[in-house]
Design a protein around this ligand. Structure first.
Ligand code: NAG
Ligand code: NAG
Ligand code: NAG
Ligand code: NAG
Ligand code: NAG
Ligand code: NAG
Ligand code: NAG
Length: 599
């Protein structure tokens, strides 16, 4: 009866729901506010979490929900950089086969298989090896998997191993084939996924046994492929693309990275991940070995709970819990194991895709959307990794703009994953954005004046809805510099405003540097192919070697600005304490309405 909706890692990529062509009527600078500080009881969030709790529990057992509710369990967690903000779990009334007794109570401490999310751990382990000086991302894979040296040049039809680097493998740019020893139609389990018994029934020719992989990830009666079998098998497969031509998903790439880690460290993959990631972060419930059945969620449909993925561990082998994966998410966001520069670099795409809204990172599946905020066309970026094994569907989402992480683990019918993810994003993001705006307003908005009575200089900042931190008045020694700046930055006199965006740079303790830019209220329709108006750069105007667009806020111990220095103007202005000025910021008085309520 149950339709297995996916095999192995096939659905490892999120359903492309954010695929709207970007068509902003104005160009809104990305990341207009610093990530907000969030608590479970932050005003505006508590109500959202109550609603989500109610909706999730209702939907979990509602037969009208778009998944098989009888057999589908899930565990969901939302985290900031410091703590889990909300978590909820649901246990299906019908569970699968438990070998050693009934399951313990389901919670965010229950184990699921996270499948291809394991790739994020493999990449992080490589980055940590690089940090330790044991490798460089630019190293050819053949340097760390010595067997490949013997194959260089051996067969013109196989990959050019000395030009395939650790980085191209980690970012899906290696061009090597996707699979060996799994997802092959000679595998009866794979055939079941596609609803036939024998490949010959769908018109495929009979094949020699010698062409059938001798091992498999879940072929009945076989064992996982050994390192040698994988490498021998790989040699028979021509590459899909040449290296760096364009990205295409490969599990074999991550199998090779797993081998490389073993060679670099002299440890087994499981021990590399445990000693370099699980242990340092305190992920106590995370493992490459199968946990006791009673600790996990085993769904009542053919599933891979028991499957030893062997050499495929580095591409999809990890078992963990929503709680520990949330801990992992916040550790990445908080840059616990990697320094800021390396983490920033990790959050950049490595290649475009055929879609405007999707790019491959390392191994992030990066989605961009302008659909998350009801009052803004701003493009926002979500770094994700999806995973699927039979019976298990998982997603990890990071939104660095808000320092927010989301974990969705499903055992049962994978259609639940998408619904749960969308529901959280659509309810939560507008609320978090509102908090970011309010915090920026309270921290910075208002008037700042020179305390030297002979200099008539001042600025006023307002948080103006989706426009971010807007400079609404700017006097320099009696001159209206806001108008002057407009003339210089916007010679064609289009309607616009001066917006400040954070730079995440400080000048000394308790300070924050922001940068101003002239932002047009509306982009005029353009038939230009190369439309340079779509580029927003900063620091265009300088005066005697200093930027005129730099604003350095000095903060007190509570994090509120007390002064702003304008280096180009050689002046520091004091924040004015009067209520009126502090309240000057205009923001939406009504909290933003969540996006459409039908999914
Ligand atoms: C079940 O879902 C349907 C469709 O979304 C909805 O109309 C109905 O009210 C729900 N029932 C319960 C008990 O939540
Ligand atoms: C690296 O891999 C090769 C081939 O498996 C092996 O002979 C060698 O001992 C490995 N080195 C380490 C340090 O694991
Ligand atoms: C770097 O490699 C050496 C030698 O293989 C190993 O002993 C060490 O643990 C590695 N460093 C890290 C951080 O794993
Ligand atoms: C559970 O075990 C029974 C008896 O061994 C078997 O018939 C059934 O197929 C199993 N169900 C699943 C979902 O593995
Ligand atoms: C302010 O303006 C006056 C009059 O133009 C000028 O003499 C003076 O140098 C200016 N001072 C500063 C600090 O800008
Ligand atoms: C400062 O300059 C503005 C604009 O020129 C002017 O309206 C205002 O009266 C001046 N204030 C003082 C105290 O001189
Ligand atoms: C830069 O970003 C990090 C992470 O969000 C934050 O902890 C830090 O305070 C920021 N620094 C500044 C100067 O904004």
């Amino acid at each position: 009866m149950y339709r297995v909706s996916a095999n192995l890692f096939r659905w490892a990529i999120l359903y492309p729901v954010f695929c709207q062509l970007v068509s902003s009527s104005r160009l809104e600078p990305a990341n207009p506010f610093p990530p907000p500080t969030l608590h479970p009881k932050s005003q505006g969030l508590d109500g959202i979490f109550d609603n989500l709790e109610r909706d999730f529990q209702d939907a979990a057992s509602n037969r009208s929900s778009p998944w098989l509710t009888d057999i589908t369990s899930f565990s969901v967690a939302v985290t900031s950089t410091t703590q889990t903000l909300w978590t909820t779990s649901y246990t299906a009334p019908i569970l699968g086969n438990y070998s050693n007794g009934p399951p313990t109570t389901m919670s965010d401490q229950s184990y699921f298989r996270i499948a291809s999310i394991s790739k994020v751990f493999t990449v992080l382990a490589i980055l940590l090896q690089e940090k330790a000086g044991n490798c460089s991302l630019r190293d050819p894979i053949s340097r760390h998997v010595p067997e490949l040296n013997e194959r260089v040049g051996a067969d013109p039809h196989t990959a050019e191993w000395d030009s395939i680097t650790l980085e191209t493998l980690a970012s899906q740019l290696s061009g090597i084939p996707r699979e060996y020893g799994q997802c092959d139609l000679t595998d009866p389990l794979t055939d079941r996924v596609y609803h036939f018994d024998d490949p010959v029934d769908i018109g495929l020719p009979p094949v020699d046994d010698s062409d059938v992989p001798p091992c498999g990830r879940n072929r009945p009666g076989t064992r996982p492929c050994s390192r040698k079998e994988i490498l021998d098998g790989l040699m028979k497969l021509p590459p899909s693309f040449e290296p760096n031509y364009k990205a295409t998903y490969s599990n074999l790439a991550f199998v090779l990275l797993g081998f490389a880690l073993e060679n670099m460290t002299g440890l087994e993959y499981a021990d590399v991940i445990r000693s370099s990631i699980f242990d340092p972060l305190g992920m106590e419930r995370a493992s490459l070995a199968r946990p006791p059945d009673t600790e996990g969620i085993i769904p009542s449909l053919p599933n891979d709970w028991n499957v030893d993925v062997g050499t495929y561990g580095s591409t999809g082998g990890i078992y963990t819990t929503a709680s520990d994966l949330a801990l992992f998410a916040r550790s990445v966001l908080a840059k616990k194991l990697l320094d800021t520069t390396t983490t920033n670099a990790w959050f950049h795409p490595r290649s475009f895709s055929s879609s405007w809204s999707f790019a491959y990172g390392m191994p992030w599946e990066i989605f961009r959307t302008s659909d998350m905020l009801p009052d803004s066309d701003r493009i926002q970026t979500i770094f994700t990794k999806g995973g699927a094994l039979n019976g298990y569907f998982s997603q990890l989402l990071l939104i660095p703009e808000y320092n927010l992480g989301l974990v969705v683990l499903v055992a049962g019918d994978g259609h639940a994953t998408r619904w749960l993810r969308e529901k959280v994003l659509k309810l939560l993001i507008p609320a978090v954005e509102q908090i970011a705006r309010d915090q920026a307003a309270s921290k910075l908005s208002g008037s700042y004046m020179s305390n030297d009575a002979t200099i008539n200089s001042s600025t006023t900042f307002e948080v103006s809805g989706s426009r971010g931190l807007v400079l609404t008045s700017w006097l320099s020694n009696g001159t209206d510099f806001l108008a002057q700046y407009g003339h210089m930055s916007n010679p064609r006199r289009k309607r616009g405003h001066v917006q400040l965006t954070p730079s995440n740079v400080s000048r000394g303790k308790n300070s924050e540097v922001w940068r101003a830019a002239y932002v047009l209220d509306e982009l005029l329709p353009s038939d230009e192919i190369v439309n340079a108006n779509l580029i927003v750069d900063v620091d265009i105007l300088s005066y005697a070697s200093r930027s005129l667009e730099e604003f350095v806020f000095e903060l007190d111990d509570s994090g509120r600005a007390t002064k702003v220095t304008l280096p180009g103007f050689r002046i520091t202005l004091d924040r004015q304490a009067d209520r009126e000025a502090l309240d000057a910021f205009v923001r939406l008085r009504e909290p933003m309405k969540p996006l459409g309520s039908t999914y």
